[in-house]
Design a protein around this ligand. Structure first.
Ligand code: SF4
Length: 335
C-alpha cells in the first residue's frame, strides 16, 4: 500500500509575543493524513488556526514540535536544497490571487516563474508549458499576455491554479481559494479542481470557513477550534451525524437542502472565540458549549473514535452520554 501523500503528527506552532504581549500557540497537537487523490477539508471559524496549519505542513512556518512525512519520507528537518525540492511537490493557492500573481506583469510571466526557478527550460519550451497550463485550467493560450487586472476573480483564480500546477505537485493547499467568489463561480472553480484531482491524482488540503463548500469537494473533513482539531471523519458521517458540539453548531448554521431537515434548530454559539494567547483550561470549547460539565473545565478531552468513522475530542464520548453523532435532547443536557 502506498504511504499517504501527507502525514503530519503532533504539529505545534507558536508565534512569539512582543514586549508584554503573550506568545500565541496557533496550532496545537494537530495530526493530519491525506492519501493520494484525496481531499481533506479543514474547517473552523476565522482565527482557529486553519491557515497556519496549511503553512505548517508546507514548512512555511517553523514547527515547535511535530513531524511531517511526505510520501513516507520524513521532511521535518529538511533545509536548503531538500526543502526546495519538497516545495515543488507541495503548492498553495490563496484566497487572493494577487498574493501569487505580480499585478505589473502578464500572467504568463507569473505562471512561468516556478519553471524559471526550478526547471532549466528553453524560453520556447517554457512558453509552450505556460500555454498548456492555461488550457488545463480552461483559459486561452493568448491569455498569457494579459495582466491580472484584465481578468475576472474566477479567471484570476484559474491563473493561480495554473501556476500551482506548473511543477507537477502532489499536494495543493487551497487556503480559502474560492471564498471571495460568487456561488456560481465557486462551483466552476470547484469543478475544475475536481477534474484536475482526478486527472493528475492530486491531493488537496482544502481550507475553508464555509462548510457548505467543503461538503462538495472533500472526502474527509477536520474541524479546528482554537488551534486544535476537535473532530474529523468522512464527510458523509460528519455532516449527517456531527459528534462534537462545535461541529453541530457550525453545521446548524448552513442552509439544508433536505426538506426533512429544513427548519432544524440553529445552535447559536455564545460569545467569541477566546483569546488564543490565553486559552481556557480543560476543553478549549467549554466557555461556549451548552453541554459543558465540570470535567470539561479541568481536563482536556482526548480524541475518541466515533461510530461511523473518524474521531472527536469531547468528554461526552467517554464520561457523558455517548453522542455517537446524535445531538443530546434537552433532558440530557447536563445541569
Ligand atoms: Fe462541550 Fe465538554 Fe464536549 Fe468540550 S468536552 S465540547 S465542553 S461537552
Amino acid at each position: 500500500m502506498k504511504p499517504p501523500v501527507l502525514q503530519a503528527e503532533g504539529l505545534r506552532v507558536t508565534f512569539p509575543g512582543k514586549g508584554r504581549r503573550q506568545g500565541v500557540t496557533a496550532v496545537d497537537d494537530v495530526s493530519l493524513r491525506i492519501d493520494r487523490g484525496e481531499t481533506l477539508g479543514l474547517v473552523g471559524e476565522s482565527g482557529s488556526g486553519k491557515s497556519t496549519t496549511g503553512r505548517a505542513v508546507l514548512r512555511l512556518v517553523p514547527l515547535e514540535t511535530g513531524r511531517i512525512h511526505v510520501d513516507g519520507e520524513d521532511v521535518t528537518r529538511y533545509r536548503g536544497a531538500q526543502l526546495r525540492r519538497l516545495r515543488r511537490q507541495m503548492q498553495m493557492v490563496f484566497q487572493d490571487p494577487y498574493s501569487s500573481l505580480d499585478p505589473s506583469a502578464p500572467v504568463g510571466s507569473s505562471i512561468a516563474e516556478p519553471l524559471r526557478v526550478h526547471e532549466k527550460m528553453a524560453k520556447q519550451a517554457r512558453r509552450d508549458r505556460v500555454e498548456e497550463l492555461l488550457d488545463l485550467v480552461g483559459l486561452r493560450p493568448s491569455h498569457a499576455d494579459r495582466y491580472p487586472y484584465e481578468f475576472s476573480g474566477g479567471q484570476r483564480q484559474r491563473v493561480a491554479i495554473a501556476r500551482a500546477l506548473a511543477l507537477h505537485p502532489r499536494l495543493i493547499v487551497c487556503d480559502e481559494a474560492v471564498s471571495a467568489l460568487d456561488v456560481s463561480t465557486q462551483n466552476q472553480v470547484i469543478n475544475l479542481l475536481e477534474d484536475l484531482r482526478e486527472r493528475f491524482e492530486l491531493s488537496y488540503l482544502f481550507i475553508a470557513h464555509d462548510l457548505a463548500v467543503v461538503r462538495h469537494i472533500a472526502h474527509r473533513v477536520a474541524v479546528m477550534y482554537l488551534g486544535r482539531i476537535v473532530e474529523s471523519g468522512p464527510v458523509e458521517r460528519v455532516y449527517s451525524q456531527p459528534a462534537h458540539p462545535y461541529t453541530q453548531a457550525l453545521l446548524s448554521a448552513i442552509p439544508v437542502p433536505d426538506p426533512k431537515r429544513r427548519g432544524a434548530k440553529r445552535i447559536l454559539l455564545s460569545g467569541d472565540l477566546p483569546d488564543p494567547s490565553a486559552p481556557p483550561p480543560g476543553c478549549p470549547f467549554h466557555t461556549r458549549c451548552a453541554y459543558a460539565m465540570d470535567v470539561c473545565k479541568r481536563e482536556m478531552p482526548a480524541m475518541t473514535p466515533v461510530a461511523g468513522g473518524g474521531e472527536t475530542a469531547c468528554h461526552l464520548q467517554t464520561t457523558g452520554p455517548t453522542l455517537a453523532g446524535r445531538p443530546l435532547s434537552e433532558k440530557e443536557v447536563p445541569a
